[in-house]
Design a protein around this ligand. Structure first.
Ligand code: 6R9
Length: 661
């Protein structure tokens, strides 16, 4: 039975705890339905009301939604605001002012705290420093930083002066960074000398140097370096400056720059079905509204909560639920530098216990690895820790299998805490389909129902609505404020990718397969329908990895990359490679495979390393020369081949490709 089918017949249902239903922001299903009905009745009025209630405007908007340039939608367009003011200044003079904004725990366990007032001073001072470097409203700034207070400060400081940040995950390679600097036309890179992960010091600044040395970064003027560790790093005179140098003499007050509602707050690169990563451009007002609102709706955030989202700021989850949402909500949040298994697999549980975390948000892949760690001889089980502070659990990034869901619910949440399985994407800005902790009856493995105002549906390949029970394409029928605005520098690709003419050009195509259950209409996500892989919750394009492989021109003639299911990482990368020389076997094959893995790590980043590499004299192709990917997917899974292979020129290659290196 496929994952989709198994959840459509999943009959375990968990009601939200009574106490939570009573106290939650959205209390009970009737309250949820009332909000949905309000959005149905008066779509624009609904969003206008929320935008007035939850965003601090320096100039109020008068128009809610402009659809005249659809699918380039404009929300609250004549309004003005500043995102950083909405996260920091807004709390001054309220009890939040002296509240802890961030509890930062370093890799080695050292804890640093900042209050909202202190954070405002640090962001303002850094904003002044950016200004002194000549960085202005509208400029793009790359942030290539470890998880840190400084990383959040860098993002907030960009927002404060109206510069558009583009955060690049610290695990990406020099080549990937180079492409992003060029595509964004960035004027500055904010980075650190090193990052600490699992007790190891890993270079960041050296990778920045390497990426600039590749060439083409013509717009880049300065590199600002946070000295995370005492180890020195190379500095280029005139271009590179430490944080200490640029902060020197800068005041701790900086008036927030008002920007238009549609001003690009950030561009975040993500993988698509073609080789080149796309810069997903987000607005200021619509994005911020959703970051703020979903903190209330999905996480029921209260003044007494300690919130912890484990995502890195290099991913969208770390944007919305680390850098913006929790601060806009005035919450206390934990920011963690390290990895879940260092010094041991009890790190998350230990941190929840010590910091009294009440709302915990992580990825299924982390849960699965910690399930594994809870079994066996050296087992570290969450039962060893006091997790009684928890009240709400969340997951994001990939489908969670019902078994992992049950384990999380029982062993981490003690059967007291609703698990909100939040489906969303870099492009959606924030949660889209998710249970509400004080309302929605939970079904393991299902992200349940769309948030109010989000018109999610399942359609067939012609854009026609499908009945519950039928699997199809997940689409969103109406625009929403936090949606992607365009692909940076490539509006045509935005249109073609997300509003394909085959579906009528008006439906937002998510790129995921999904089905709704017959009984409740609950959504279950089946995974990507395009050439995008989801490895440990990280999005990677098969084309990107193929391009990286074939760019090793001295060795590789041709490559095809597919995903296969993996118990731990969700999906694993499987590469089929034809070399320019004869097909290697035995030790030699192993050695070349490891060389290719290192090459991919250098081209994209370690997260893109293929787990399996198989060599063939050729790849299976149709008569018209198309690589038979479906066939390769079956081979990768180790399945018996059911497809018609009669058109294959050389059927013997199937045996070669089935052979593990
Ligand atoms: C937020 C984020 C988006 C893709 C998305 C889907 C998968 C995310 C999920 C989920 C099933 C969930 N995905 N959340 N699948 N259930 N709760 O992860 O953004 O990195 O852009 O990935 O992740 O396939 O299309 P992003």
């Amino acid at each position: 039975m496929s994952a989709i089918e198994s959840v459509l017949v999943e009959n375990r249902v968990f009601q939200p705890p009574e106490s939570l239903v009573k106290s939650a922001r959205i209390s009970g299903m009737a309250a949820y339905q009332a909000l949905c009905a309000e959005a149905e009745r008066d779509f624009e009025g609904f969003w206008a009301r929320l935008a007035r209630e939850h965003v601090a405007w320096s100039k109020p908007f008068t128009r809610t939604l402009d659809e005249s340039g659809a699918p380039f939608y404009r929300w609250f367009e004549d309004g003005e605001l500043n995102a950083s003011a909405n996260c920091l200044d807004k709390h001054m003079g309220t009890p939040v002012e002296n509240k802890t904004a961030i509890v930062f725990e370093a890799d080695d366990g050292a804890v640093t705290r900042v209050t909202y007032k202190e954070l405002l001073a640090r962001v303002s001072q850094f904003a002044n420093a950016l200004h002194a470097q000549g960085i202005r409203k509208g400029d793009r700034v790359i942030v290539y930083m470890p998880m840190s207070i400084e990383g959040v400060v860098a993002m907030q400081a960009c927002a404060r002066i109206g510069a558009t940040h583009s955060v690049v995950f610290g695990g990406f390679s020099a080549k990937a960074l180079n492409e992003r600097i060029i595509d964004a036309g960035a004027v500055a890179v904010i980075t650190a000398n090193y990052q600490m992960r699992g007790g190891k010091e890993m270079a960041l600044k050296a990778i920045v140097d390497e990426s600039i040395a590749i060439g083409g970064c013509d717009t880049l003027r300065s590199v600002l370096v946070y000295m995370r560790t005492p180890t020195p790093c190379a500095m280029v005179a005139g271009r590179d400056k430490t944080f200490t140098e640029v902060l020197q003499g800068q005041g701790t007050e900086c008036p927030p720059e008002p920007v238009g509602a549609e001003h690009p707050l950030f561009v975040l690169y993500t993988s698509g079905s073609t080789g080149k990563p796309k810069g997903v451009q987000h607005s200021t007002a619509g994005y911020l509204l959703w970051a703020r609102l979903t903190m209330d709706w999905t996480f029921d955030i209260k003044p007494s909560d300690v919130f912890w989202c484990t995502a890195d700021i290099g991913w969208v989850t770390g944007h919305t639920y680390v850098a913006y949402g929790p601060l806009a909500a005035g919450a206390t949040q934990v920011v963690f530098e390290g990895v879940p298994v260092y010094p041991n697999a009890g790190r998350f549980w230990d941190m929840i216990q010590r910091h009294k975390v009440s709302v915990f948000y992580t990825a299924p892949t982390a849960i699965r690895s910690l399930i594994k760690a809870a079994e066996g001889d050296q087992a570290i089980h969450p039962a060893r820790y006091d997790l009684s502070s928890l009240r709400i659990l969340g997951t994001v990034g990939e489908p969670i299998n019902p078994e992992a869901w049950m384990w999380y619910y029982k062993n981490v949440g003690g059967e007291r805490c609703p698990v909100v399985d939040t489906w969303w994407q870099t492009e959606t800005g924030g949660h889209m389909i998710t249970p509400l902790p004080g309302a929605t009856p939970l079904v393991p493995g299902s992200c349940t129902l769309p948030l109010p105002g989000i018109m999610a549906a399942i359609v067939d390949e012609g854009g026609k609505d499908l009945p519950n029970g039928d699997g199809g394409l997940l689409v969103i029928k109406r625009p929403w404020p936090a949606m992607i605005r365009t692909i940076w520098g490539d509006p045509e690709r935005y249109k073609a990718n997300y509003f394909p003419p085959e579906l009528g050009g008006k439906l937002y195509l998510a790129g995921d397969a999904a089905a709704r259950s017959v009984d409740r209409g609950y959504f279950r996500i089946g995974g990507r329908v395009d050439d995008v892989l989801n490895v440990s919750g990280h999005r990677l394009g098969t084309m990107e990895i193929e391009s990286a492989l074939v760019s090793k021109t001295d060795l590789v003639a041709e490559a095809a990359v597919v995903g296969r299911p993996d118990d731990l990482t969700g999906e694993a990368i499987c590469a089929f490679v034809v070399l320019k020389r004869s097909r290697p076997t035995g030790e030699e094959a192993k050695q070349i495979a490891s060389q290719l893995r290192d090459w991919v790590a250098k081209e994209i980043g370690p997260i893109a390393k293929p787990k399996d590499i198989r060599f063939g004299d050729n790849l299976p192709k149709t008569r018209s020369g198309k690589i038979m990917r479906r066939l390769l997917r079956s081979i990768a899974k180790g399945e018996a081949i059911s497809q018609d292979t009669s058109t294959l020129e050389n059927p013997a290659i199937l045996e070669q490709l089935a052979e593990k290196v």
